[in-house]
Design a protein around this ligand. Structure first.
Ligand SMILES: Nc1ncnc2c1ncn2[C@@H]1O[C@H](COP(=O)(O)OP(=O)(O)O)[C@@H](O)[C@H]1O
Ligand SMILES: [Mg+2]
Length: 365
């Protein structure tokens, strides 16, 4: 059973604390992504799990056993890095079998495990090639092959696709998903790319400044972001977020522009309270061109001037001005719009979010 538990895990470099006592329970065979901006502590956390960094405080359990003091080799994990440095003078076969050779496994076993891993990753026809004779995606597959042959219970990935171009990244994303289905191991996957995290994982852990902001399924963190930070980080294009003051059933913005207070928050705010209003571009659209299936009573109508349009074929991203700021909306079945044109816009307020301006936390409960 390859569960992984972080219990109040702390990392200090000298006197500087960079991971502040985080708790996380990864289930057996679960695919969990750690996501967050650069410098938030993702790699440090992963390297503590791998045994490549000392744990300053707290406990790390793998399969229910505390492994704080076990060396990396004894943890039954494999790690795949962003820079995967294959040995250039070795063939794919030799690269993949190398760690088993070092571990003095019998030749027959090495051959079998390399063959099995090559089969999973569709590398069999490439086994006699050298890294220089492979494409970037093939090299990355070999790097994963090296990890697979060790048959670990837990795979750790640190931004394995960051060096690949956009198209290849999308392809490899699919391969990693297939890989998880085939090998049935627990996977902890670090990325700064929220789309990668959303598409790959069973659950997402959003980190910020050495803390965990929220843990949830992709659907949960998208629909019910616990904080303003998560709301702005998850989703593309990002959620529109703007400060307002609660006043007599309304949200009043700095410029004096206002919106009705969304009904679902009526019981959760008080008059005069400073809040952050959030609305995804999906829930904000030129009237008649949206996705929303909400009741008419939840849809607020307002005329707003268009500042820019970005046609994407099947949809157009339309930026309009509200509260003297740019708000992004998503227009389906697009029609041409002129810059400066005043457009009737629909806001689905049943999908709106409110966060405390003070703490950044959702006001939902
Ligand atoms: N060896 C180190 N010595 C001192 N500080 C470090 C070291 N490694 C990382 N840090 C700091 O720890 C923080 C988290 O880094 P890291 O885990 O690499 O972030 P991420 O992977 O999320 O980009 C950063 O502020 C970084 O500067
Ligand atoms: Mg990193």
């Amino acid at each position: 059973m390859a569960t992984v538990s972080l219990k109040k895990l702390v990392k200090r470099y000298g006197t500087v604390e960079v991971v502040h006592g985080i708790d996380l329970d990864v289930k057996d065979r679960e695919f969990v992504a750690l996501v967050g901006p650069s410098g938030c502590g993702k790699s440090t956390t992963l390297r503590m799990i791998a045994g490549l960094e000392d744990i300053s405080d707290g406990a790390l359990e793998i399969g229910g056993k505390v492994v704080n003091d076990l060396p990396p080799r004894a943890r039954n994990i494999s790690m795949v890095f962003q820079s995967y440095a294959l040995y250039p003078h070795m063939t794919v076969r030799e690269n993949m079998g190398f760690s088993l050779k070092i571990a003095k496994r019998p030749q027959k076993e090495i051959e079998e495990r390399v063959a099995a891993a090559a089969n999973i990753l569709e590398l069999t026809p490439l086994l006699e090639r050298r890294p220089s004779q492979l494409s970037g995606g093939q090299r990355q597959r070999v790097a994963m092959g090296r990890a697979i042959v060790r048959q670990p219970e837990v795979f750790l990935f640190d931004e394995p696709l960051s060096n690949l171009d956009a198209k290849l990244r999308t392809q490899m994303r699919t391969e990693i998903k297939k890989l998880h289905a085939k090998v049935q191991s627990t996977i902890i996957y670090v990325t700064h790319d929220q789309v990668e995290a959303m598409t790959l994982s069973d659950r997402i852990v959003i980190m910020r400044d050495g803390y965990i902001e929220q843990v949830g399924t992709p659907d949960e963190v998208f629909r019910f972001p616990a904080t303003r930070f998560v709301a702005g980080f998850i989703g593309s294009p990002p959620m529109n977020l703007d400060e307002a003051t609660v006043d007599d059933g309304k949200l009043v913005f700095a410029s004096g522009d206002s919106l009705p207070l969304p009904a679902q928050f009526r019981e959760h705010v008080t008059a005069g309270q400073k809040v952050v209003f959030g609305l995804r571009p999906d829930d904000f659209y030129p009237t008649g061109h949206g996705l929303s299936s909400s009741e008419a009573a939840n849809i607020h109508q307002i005329d707003l001037p268009v500042s820019i349009t970005e046609p994407l074929g099947n949809e157009t991203l339309v930026t309009v001005e509200f509260n003297k700021r740019e708000w992004m909306s998503r227009m389906l079945n697009p029609r041409p719009l002129a810059m400066g044109e005043k457009v009737a816009m629909s806001l689905d307020l049943s999908q709106a979010h409110l966060f405390s301006a003070e703490t950044g936390r959702t006001l939902r409960d």
